[in-house]
Write a protein of this length. Sequence first.
Length: 280
Amino acid sequence: MEYCPGCTYGVFENILTETIQEMGLKEETIGVTGIGCSQTMLRGSGMGGGAGGMDFDNIGGLHGRALMGAVAAKRCNPKCLVFSIQGDGALAGIGSQHWLGAMIRGEKITAILLNNAVYGMTGGQVAPTTLLGLRTVSTPWGRDPEKWGFPIHAAETAATFRGVAYSARVALNSPQNFTRAKKALRTAFEKQRAGVGMSFVEFLSACPTDWQKEPVAALKFLGDKMIKEFPLGEFKNVDKIEYEIDPEVAASGRTGGLRVESARESEKSSTDTTPSSSKR
Ligand SMILES: Cc1ncc(C[n+]2csc(CCOP(=O)(O)OP(=O)(O)O)c2C)c(N)n1
Ligand code: SF4
């Protein structure tokens, strides 16, 4: 609710609230933020919270840990619509292990990434998504891939995980793209409601303050340079996550439970030809 002039986080807020309102889910929604400029959306500015302005339940998490808050909220309230909102520093930097872990497990939440290519709230340090060559307060001569690596493509990465049902990248730079962004968010929420798998939406967003640009120039930079590095589109959209468990694999390996182990042993004893010395 309290952004710099020209910040497109406010556009995202509109998209989010309209989508929840239109889906009629206000009473069943839990949103989770961490620390970063997006934290003001749900709980107002500052660690102590405040007037966030969104009329649904929310949890304020730690920097990089919002996604895990969402996982916990969803596991405890499986019928609720649960999402996390994080900047790129939080999701792909400090909290990347939580993001990967949630995707590995296919948690049935919606993870929202607001990608403005920098750590916004703390003054614009280099982030995993920073464009090559972009000057930031911690890369004053520009992001050099030899020292800082290459920008991570989060939506494409999410799409490679089997537990992810939907992954898309949208941009907050034009009315046409606002409409597409809203459609993507709704699809992500619908996947969650249908229990298909995890859903992920990356919103490219302008940070005029840390990009050191006027608002109009920042929107142009978003449309020209951010979208060039991070193409828009859907990278995965499935209605069912198919998998098969090989019964031989399922009958193998350690159970870790002695009672189960001995039950299995007696069940197998008539046909088992494995020498007892090689059993574990
Ligand atoms: C564990 C921890 N490390 C670092 C910080 C300091 N910190 C607060 S906000 C922030 C940057 C947020 O950047 P990003 O996640 O990209 O979100 P944005 O502000 O751009 O929306 C950092 C590093 C913190 N609060 N907690
Ligand atoms: S620092 Fe950047 S992301 Fe944060 S409110 Fe200002 S413009 Fe928006």
